[in-house]
Write a new protein. Structure first.
Length: 146
């Protein structure tokens, strides 16, 4: 028989790193999504477009790895961008099974529009959280991802 009391434990965010980070991530994502909506993007989509602008065309597996996402999740995230012609997906020349994602001219244009909204979100977060504290937070989170 199961111990019913074992299921009553609700971790306190102060005690559970995972819960605290996930809650913070959802809150920050909502903030950025609110600003990026004016450009017709979500924060994940903006991140994908930005990464492609910086790195150039990438196989979907490499893009997923760079974004710390699994390939299936990346595939789902790319579909609306492809539908809206912000990215193009093509088969690799050497291996037709490799799908390469590249930013289109429409994607570049949308990214330029979205950067203004991203900067507004960035400014709002830093005003609320503190610019120095935000820089320290990014540094700490980078250590978690590596």
């Amino acid at each position: 028989m199961r111990d019913v009391n074992a299921f009553k434990f609700e971790p306190n965010p102060a005690d559970c790193n995972c819960l605290a980070i996930r809650q913070a991530a959802r809150q920050v994502t909502q903030l950025y999504d609110g600003y990026l909506a004016a450009a017709g993007l979500r924060s994940t989509q903006y991140s994908i477009l930005s990464r492609l602008a910086r790195l150039g065309p990438l196989p979907i597996n490499k893009l997923a790895e760079a974004m710390v996402m699994d390939r299936t999740t990346m595939g789902r995230a790319v579909r609306p961008l492809e539908r809206d012609k912000l990215v193009a997906v093509s088969s690799g020349k050497e291996d037709g099974r490799v799908r390469t994602i590249r930013l289109t001219p429409a994607g570049e244009k949308r990214l330029v529009q979205a950067r203004k909204q991203w900067q507004r979100a960035q400014d709002a977060f830093e005003k609320s959280y503190g610019a120095n504290a935000a820089a320290e937070l990014r540094s700490a989170l980078t250590r978690v991802v590596v």
